[in-house]
Design a protein around this ligand. Structure first.
Ligand SMILES: [Zn+2]
Length: 343
């Protein structure tokens, strides 16, 4: 039985670090295991200009623990007022690595997102020209579309038309949750990839709703039925270069989660690697763990893989069940099974 695995140091291609006290509380948990992360821009107010992204990067660097080796890869929040020149400048400076599309109202702090996609066409054209990827929160927000269908409908109504209108635009479907999305990614020869979260490999919608409601498993896009979870497992563990890790680790205090109308998000930064090693081992795919966590993402983003390595040992990890922050405790995602790998 394999007792240790050594892989290139992983990156997280979709991460929420928040700001202020919460940033200082959660950042060390990502910086411990990950060398780089794509930082989501949905602060209040959102990060929409190059200047705001530079200031946010400064705050992240200032919050890093002494001696940490972690590089935040910044993104801009796409709005109908985004200036293509500002985007191009921030990209040329090496400041931003993607622009994030949130359909208006799709998730936490997405009120400034896009309603009229024609209005962002000039930005998308410029991004295609300079090779800057678009990250998409792939859900429509129309109230008449069932929440479990919103990703599949997004592909037909929004994503496919965008890709046809901007054939050279590189696109990442973030945190995919359905077999439909995995199939759509596989249908493209190039320029399209997807991130998959840790928790969507572990939970289906029963985990949220059966036998009592479990707010800590509620995230967006919401977990779907078991067939979709299994399709995500196949995609993630296959080694296919079009799929890579984006944890979407999204901390909210218990006070904000445990409400009549609670927030969406799972906080997986502390135990993601232990869970993933377990998932890949259970699926007989430990050999493909490094591709998913450390190789496929940088290849799509046009960055070199990390030179440093980490070794995971077969040993029960000691992860906290929650972390304390000045705003209150934040519960760590519970995979619901024992973990046997320590990073
Ligand atoms: Zn997210």
């Amino acid at each position: 039985m394999t007792q240790s695995i050594t892989i290139r140091r992983p990156d997280d291609w979709h991460l929420h670090l928040r700001d202020g006290d919460m940033l200082r509380a959660v950042l060390p948990h990502s910086a411990r295991d990950f060398a780089r992360a794509i930082i989501m821009p949905n602060l209040v107010p959102p990060v929409v200009t190059g200047a705001q992204a530079a200031a946010y990067r400064e705050r992240i660097m200032a919050a890093l623990p002494e001696g940490a080796d972690f590089t935040p890869l910044m993104t801009l929040y796409l709005t109908e007022d985004t200036d293509p020149d500002d985007v191009a400048r921030a990209h040329a400076e090496g400041l931003i690595h993607a622009v994030k599309l949130y359909p208006a109202g799709a998730t936490t702090n997405s009120a400034s997102g896009v309603s009229n996609f024609d209005k962002v066409a000039p930005v998308l054209d410029r991004m295609a020209e300079i090779g800057l990827p678009l990250c998409t929160h792939g859900e429509v927000t129309d109230s008449e579309i069932d929440i479990f269908d919103r990703e599949a409908v997004f592909i037909d109504r929004v994503l496919d038309p965008i890709r046809r209108a901007h054939p050279n635009l590189r696109v990442i479907m973030e945190h995919i949750t359905t077999a439909d999305a995995a199939d759509y990614v596989r249908s493209a020869d190039s320029g399209l990839a997807a991130t998959i979260t840790t928790h969507h490999l572990v939970i289906n919608r029963n985990h949220i709703l059966a036998g009592g409601i479990r707010p800590h498993y509620y995230c967006l896009p919401v977990a779907k039925r078991e067939t979709h979870r299994l399709a995500l497992r196949v995609a993630a563990t296959s080694g296919d270069a079009r799929f890579f890790l984006g944890t979407d680790s999204a901390p909210h205090t218990d006070g904000a989660k445990l409400q009549p109308c609670g927030c969406a998000g799972c906080f997986t930064a502390p135990n993601t690697l232990s869970i993933l090693a377990q998932v890949f081992e259970d699926d007989g795919a430990l050999d493909n763990l490094e591709a998913f966590t450390s190789l496929n993402g940088p290849a799509f983003y046009g960055l070199p893989p990390n030179e440093t390595r980490i070794t995971m040992r077969r040993e029960a990890p000691q992860h906290p069940s929650s972390i304390d922050t000045p705003d209150g405790p934040v519960t760590v995602f519970d995979p619901g099974f024992d973990l046997h790998w320590t990073s």
